[in-house]
Write a protein that binds this ligand. Structure first.
Ligand code: XMP
Ligand code: MG
Length: 177
């Protein structure tokens, strides 16, 4: 498999997620948060996070389409489940990685427009060096340098999502694939 080094191990992820869940549970102790996982990348993190959460929690998923090729910066929220009203809810967006911040800036705005009372972001990974949008990420698992990573839900053309560690994928390897 043309993979680079392990950047974050399965064990590191496994010990970080309960810590995040504990902080979130403390911060939201007087509210009834709605976790919205950003599909497909956040699927593994979302599952681990809600299972580490010490109280019952409402969960939904959203899908975001970004047209970076043809319309730079244009982001469309493709789908949000209708069975969960966002009206008056305290929404926590659960994401795999924040890169430029464009996706979550657009999604946060969308969620507020749908009537949410508050919105926060929890991301397993953060690449702060790539940020082009001012976005507060309230909960971050790990900061990473500017490398393309796969595993723990993150994919390269659909592959590697199921890896338990987060691994770097070298630029040379991307070109070869
Ligand atoms: P923005 O730039 O809007 O983008 O914050 C976040 C989305 O970009 C994808 N992304 C990655 N996907 N490995 C991936 O598999 C990476 O290193 C990576 N960096 C950004 C991802 O879909 C994320 O939701
Ligand atoms: Mg994502």
């Amino acid at each position: 498999m043309p993979l680079g080094d392990i950047l974050i191990s399965e064990a590191e992820i496994a010990s970080e997620i309960p810590r995040l869940a504990g902080r979130i549970s403390e911060d939201y102790r007087d509210t009834d948060p709605l976790f919205v996982g950003v599909m497909d990348g956040a699927m593994c993190f979302l599952v681990d996070l809600i299972r580490a959460f010490p109280h019952s929690v409402d969960v939904a998923t959203a899908r975001v389409q970004s047209y970076s090729g043809t319309e730079p910066g244009k982001i469309t929220v493709e789908w949000l489940p209708t069975q969960q009203s966002l009206e008056g809810r305290h929404v926590l967006l659960v994401e795999d990685i924040v890169d430029t911040g464009a996706t979550l800036t657009a999604l946060s705005r969308h969620v507020i427009n749908l009537g949410a009372k508050s919105v926060n972001v929890c991301s397993l990974l953060d690449k702060p060096s790539k940020r082009t949008h001012v976005l507060e990420v309230a909960y971050v698992g790990f900061e990473i340098p500017d490398v393309f990573v796969v595993g723990c839900g993150l994919d390269y053309n659909g592959a590697y999502r199921n890896l338990r560690d987060v691994r770097a994928l070298e630029v040379g390897q991307l070109k070869e694939s």
